[in-house]
Design a protein around this ligand. Structure first.
Ligand code: ZN
Length: 453
């Protein structure tokens, strides 16, 4: 507890010592997925990066003292478009993609955030915030649209460190006759007859995308909080707009104190993005390689740097994990990891530095005793690696079960939820289903272990 943590703050563009608003508590908000298509490797990077930051913060401030909020955007133009293309109704589409997203999170061994609010479940709070912005004269209504008037917020552009005209020149600004100024952005807009809508003081419509993060961060973390994360591509306009809305609606001198942004995943030096047509979906790796390989690959570069994705990287990470499993030991509980090993993670989440320490620890296990192996295994587990037993890692390739590792973990999660809800009938049904498919599960000290029959 209470080691110094340093993070690169995009607001000011420098590495700073992390000091939370309340010295015993941390609040972190990360922009989550828009559930219109299956997540790809580019989307996986912030999932894993902020999962590791979540683990580091919990280690330092205590398990219960860190609140991590990651939203699900389940209403957006992209979703409407995708539902038309896929000929699926919107609810069916967003439910399906959300389910796939959760399976991907399990596959990548990411811990659940503390809260995962959906945009559509928070519309009334969004209407409240828009109304406040209109009443305070930061927003205006025109033709059933509500726009935020950017020039009313003097600090607009501070996060991206650019003047307003530079920002406009460098981006595609939506053109509309309804706007007073080209830079103004939409808070609320009318829906067409075949589009989802909610009743509002401005007619039947739906929120603009930026609004939900301002509303949902406020709901769970308050008007001001510690860390806001996301991919670099969100700095402008999304995060600039979040800051403008929140600070004006809440009449506050700050919103999030530390802005942490991860770099892009590239392929042959081009950003991986659906619009570029060069995406690799996470689900396409399942049943071929362990999620741990992807996880290690995703943290092999510093989070701020671009990461080039290629087969060589995957092969190297597979070989590393194969080697590391040679020193894996079953742990009843984690052992203490020395501070000097953890140190790179506290210094701006330097995962390559930490991986170098894991290599050193592995070398030590070659001549060392059981304790060295325990420390090594704990240090890997700390960042979500070597999370399967050795038998499971080896068995992955040999398994005759019709279920993949990820599907098994999802079933176990469903069963644990059923047990929590005291729905023992369902819990037993899931256990029997797993047995039928060649998987045995065992509950031990509050944890559920599994193996193939
Ligand atoms: Zn956001």
């Amino acid at each position: 507890m209470n080691k110094n943590i340093f993070l690169t703050n995009s607001l000011g563009s420098k590495k700073e010592k992390f000091v939370p608003i309340d010295k015993n508590k941390v609040g972190m908000y990360v922009c989550g997925p828009t559930v219109y298509d299956d997540p790809h490797i580019g989307n996986a990077r912030p999932l894993v990066v902020f999962d590791i930051l979540f683990r580091v913060l919990k280690c330092n401030f205590g398990e219960k003292n860190v609140t991590y909020v990651r939203n699900i955007t389940d209403i957006d133009d992209k979703i409407i478009q995708s539902s038309l293309e896929k000929k699926k109704n919107i609810k069916e589409l967003t439910n399906e993609i959300t389910k796939n997203f959760h399976e991907d999170c399990i596959y990548l061994n990411c811990q659940n955030p503390s809260h995962e609010p959906k945009a559509t479940e928070n519309i009334s709070l969004m209407i409240e915030m828009v109304d406040k912005l209109v009443k305070k004269n930061f927003a205006y209504i025109n033709n059933q649209h509500v726009y935020f008037e950017v020039k009313k917020f003097k600090e607009y552009g501070k996060l991206s460190n650019k003047k307003l005209d530079q920002l406009i020149a460098g981006s595609r600004v939506e053109v509309s006759d309804n706007k007073k100024n080209p830079e103004d952005f939409v808070l609320w807009k009318p829906s067409e007859d075949n589009e989802p809508y909610w009743d509002s003081p401005w007619g039947k419509g739906r929120p603009g995308w930026h609004l939900e993060c301002s509303v949902m961060s406020k709901k769970f973390l308050g008007d001001k909080f510690d860390i806001h994360g996301g991919g670099r591509d969100l700095i402008f306009p999304h995060h600039e707009n979040e800051i403008a809305q929140s600070r004006c609606a809440n009449e506050n001198d700050s919103f999030a104190n530390y802005w942490v942004h991860n770099g892009f995943i590239t392929m042959s030096n081009e950003k991986m993005a659906k619009s570029q047509g060069n995406i690799l979906k996470i689900k396409d790796f399942k049943n071929k390689i362990s999620g741990q390989v992807l996880r290690l690959a995703l943290i092999s570069s510093h989070y701020k740097q671009p990461l080039d994705w290629n087969n060589k990287l995957i092969d190297e990470c597979t070989n590393t994990l194969n080697k590391w499993y040679g020193s894996y030991v079953n742990l009843k509980k984690p052992v203490l990891i020395p501070d000097d090993i953890l140190e790179p993670l506290y210094d701006d989440l330097n995962t390559p530095g930490y991986i170098a320490n894991l290599h050193k620890l592995f070398d030590k296990t070659q001549k060392g005793d059981l304790n060295d192996k325990q420390i090594f295994t704990s240090a890997c587990n700390f960042i979500g690696l070597l999370s399967n037993t050795k038998e499971e890692w080896m068995g992955l390739k040999k398994s005759k079960s019709t279920l993949s590792e990820e599907e098994i973990l999802l079933k176990i999660k469903e069963r644990n939820k059923a047990r929590e809800d005291k729905n023992y009938k369902l819990a037993d049904k899931i256990r029997n289903e797993l047995i039928d498919k060649g998987v045995i599960i065992e509950d031990l000290n509050g944890k559920t272990n599994w193996k193939f029959k």
